[in-house]
Design a protein around this ligand. Structure first.
Ligand code: NCD
Length: 300
């Protein structure tokens, strides 16, 4: 039976469903996952470059015994032959693909694919809009490291406006009761850039000692034409460097969705610090995506 449930936005899963994905991900850290995607075809359709997310989905699909097809823009006829997005989706479905994992630079494009595909579509990032599986892995990682997230002060720092990671992860962390804060300059952060209930701050140094966890973000230069703030000023105010590391609590984890730009949002010292939990984050990404795929195909 072809799975029909989509995961396009973090609010497509309710809290019980997210909890169940997390519980299964925890199990998969202890024992091998079942071969529950055997006989299913997964297509990973990435119109935007990706290392982690693409390979992470591929690892998850292969752990479950699925058949995996990887497509990047150069191989797609819509990139060079003018085929429409919805027609590509119809074609993939007719070819026998059951699960479509898609990333696209335009907001809403993955939703369009999903509507035409009529199978199971997972959003691996659409423009600045949403990246719901990153929200799952960020929240899973922070729950693992901090325990109960109710009241925990979690800050996202940097280019909030263009970060689909921030947009999705903030919402899920709020649902788990975290006090979410957004820190950045006006050109990357205004009220409309964050969900309701997220506190906006400009002074990174003042916030640092009060945080339970920190999520650093890349400046998404591919999403705007000209850097809206002087690079030197951005670095002076928002880069996590050795002095700022000293202001952060000794047990506060530092996360980053990757790819991280050394010298811009973080310095080398950060990657050597015991609070830098990027590797766990990436490992958890595979566990969480494995659990999600199993649930989307076999139910809750
Ligand atoms: C992010 C993305 O593509 O949205 N990376 C990721 O998926 N782990 C963030 C980024 O590109 O900066």
């Amino acid at each position: 039976m072809t799975p029909t449930r989509n995961f396009l936005d973090i609010d497509d899963l309710n809290n019980d469903e997210v909890d169940s994905v997390f519980a299964l991900a925890r199990e998969f850290a202890q024992r091998p996952a079942p071969r529950s995607l055997e006989g299913f075809f997964c297509a990973n359709l990435f119109f935007e470059q990706s290392t982690r997310t693409h390979v992470s989905f591929q690892c998850a699909q292969m752990r479950l015994g699925g058949n995996v097809i990887n497509l990047s823009p150069a191989q797609l006829s819509l990139a060079t032959k003018g085929e429409r997005l919805d027609d590509t989706a119809v074609t993939l479905r007719a070819l026998g693909v059951d699960i479509l994992v898609a990333r696209h630079p335009l907001v809403g494009a993955v939703g369009e694919l999903a509507a035409a595909f009529e199978g199971c579509t997972i959003n691996a990032g659409d423009g600045t809009n949403a990246h719901p599986t990153q929200a799952l892995l960020d929240t899973f990682t922070l729950r693992d490291l901090l325990g109960d997230l109710r009241g925990a002060a979690v800050a996202f720092v940097g280019d909030i406006r263009h970060s689909r990671v921030a947009h999705s992860s903030m919402r899920l962390l709020r649902r788990y009761g975290a006090r979410v804060r957004a820190i950045g300059p006006e050109c990357f952060l205004e009220r409309g850039d964050v969900p309701e209930g997220v506190e906006i701050e400009r002074d990174f140094d003042a916030a640092l000692p009060t945080l339970d966890a920190l999520i650093m973000l890349r400046v998404q230069r591919e999403r705007f034409e000209k850097m809206p703030i002087d690079d030197a000023r951005y670095i002076a105010t928002y880069r996590l460097d050795a002095e700022r590391l000293a202001l952060l609590g000794p047990r506060a984890p530092i996360l980053h969705p990757g790819p991280y730009n050394r010298g811009v949002e973080i310095v080398d010292d950060v990657t050597l610090d015991a609070r830098w939990r990027y590797r766990e984050q990436v490992r958890n990404g595979v566990l969480v995506r494995t659990a999600l795929l199993h649930r989307l195909v076999h139910g809750w």
